[in-house]
Design a protein around this ligand. Sequence first.
Ligand SMILES: [Cu+2]
Length: 588
Amino acid sequence: MDRRRFLRATSLTGGALLFPGLDTAPARATPGRGLPSVDHPLYLDPIADPDAIPRFVRELPRPARVDLSNGGSRTIAMAPARQDVLGCGPELRTPVWGFGQVGRAGAGRAPVTWPGPTVVARRHRPVRIHWANALPFGHLLPVDTTIHWAYTGTDHTLAGTGVPPVVHLPGAHTGAGDDGHPEAWYTLGGATGPRFVRTRSCYDNDQEAATLWYHDHTMGLTRLNVYAGLAGFYLLRDDRELALLGRNRLPAGRYELELAIQDRMFHPDGRLAYPDAPADSPRWPGGPSIRPEFYGQVITVNGRAWPYLEVEPRQYRLRLLNASNSRFYRLSAGGGWPFPVTQIGADNGFLHEPHRLDGPLVLSPGERADLIVDFRDHRGATFELTNDAPTPFPYGAPVAPPADRVLQFRVTRPYDRRVAEPRLPGAFRDAPYRVAGRPARTRRLLLLNGRDEFGRPRPRLGTVEHGALGWKDPITETPRLNTSEVWEVFNTTFETHPIHLHLAHFQVLERASFTATRDPRTGALSDIRIGRTRPPEVGESGPKDTVMVPPGSVTRVKAHFDRRGVYVWHCHILEHEEHDMMRNYEVV
Ligand SMILES: [Cu+2]
């Protein structure tokens, strides 16, 4: 070992010692009694002590793959399953909802898993997926029926009609009938939401290679259905990416891994726990209440709590997704990167050039990052992927252990000399990503806080001119077909909101701080003064569908709208989206 490598290896050991005594906790479940329990004000029943859940004792699961790279149709069912999430033995398997491929020609059904199988598709080869509803008549988690949800104003009940799911593929360029609109839900018995079109969604795949994902998007149940496990990856490849893979310019095969990071809480018997305490309001009618945000202290990756990943001393391609309800992650290995990490892609495609990270990577709910992680100089080392994003982000409480750990890398797998090390290209695009065309107009949109009829905090969307607007207010964003627009999102709240558009990919243009006068009744802004603009982060310079809008700032994006119909835009904090940070928009 040369001196440089020796120093790096010893500094690694130093890094690991930053967290003494927290390395590998033993499983502390008592047979028959489950995990040690603690009381928590948000839960009626005791929850499992997060510190008693073993860390880094089970390997990272790799989702099965559904190869649709030649196009075609498939049936993927949403159904209940039991899964070893906690690594505490078979008696503490967690009931989840997941996705499983239903075999063709009577071949039976593949296991139902959380996350679901990773669909691999190819550009210009359309696929059709029948998202079959095999969910039970009753929810796994406490349902708040006071917010606007699928069955509001209907005679349906979960026990009588079943659970109504609908699948959305964020980042997919789809027709409105295939988009998974929150009101396009459907049940086993044939009940459907007002915007339902079909259960077989056609994905045209007429867009560049990207790290897409699919998840449930049902009105008022998204946070619960996703929490129960209804999410998975959809990797779209194109000729350019396949050529890079063919010329060994990107890690491929078992060296390419998708990682869905999600925070959870559990009951001592292994069941998922989601807050169910009543709202703190004298007007509250009883029953579980949605919370302003959800933060779990148990971090799962690919449906397993705190897994480890054994790697060779070589380069890996990690396709990260923050699929958490509310939690942001500021990822690093103890504050920095003792091994080189290079970002090559954002939500919807490659960056222009590889971008070597010189600090932590922030991922808000819904965002994806395509990374090359280089373990070549670190044979034998162990690293922990850590998180120090405050909750809410960025001015909330610091992360308390054990939620400050995500995953452990062990560079202990023997190097396979038969597989040549890839050499990254100098560029992934011919030019930096731009949304072409003069913007047809600029819209000024608003993020603001309010209260609902029970006095609960309720974040809102709206426009600068009108102030707060709810789900049922008339549509105000009506871009004309085949035009580009600039959307300026003004955030008057004290936290960052990840704003997501269906259908349209956008270019993040810039951010600036602002001051304004706010109408105390409507929230509308006047007398706006905008400060100095800042360019987007390098990692945001590729095509995006979700963008962080920091508090007190205006974030400008430029999007192109090229399919007709009603889509939604919303905050991707699922507790915000459902109460009531989501609006329709219509391409006309
Ligand atoms: Cu939000």
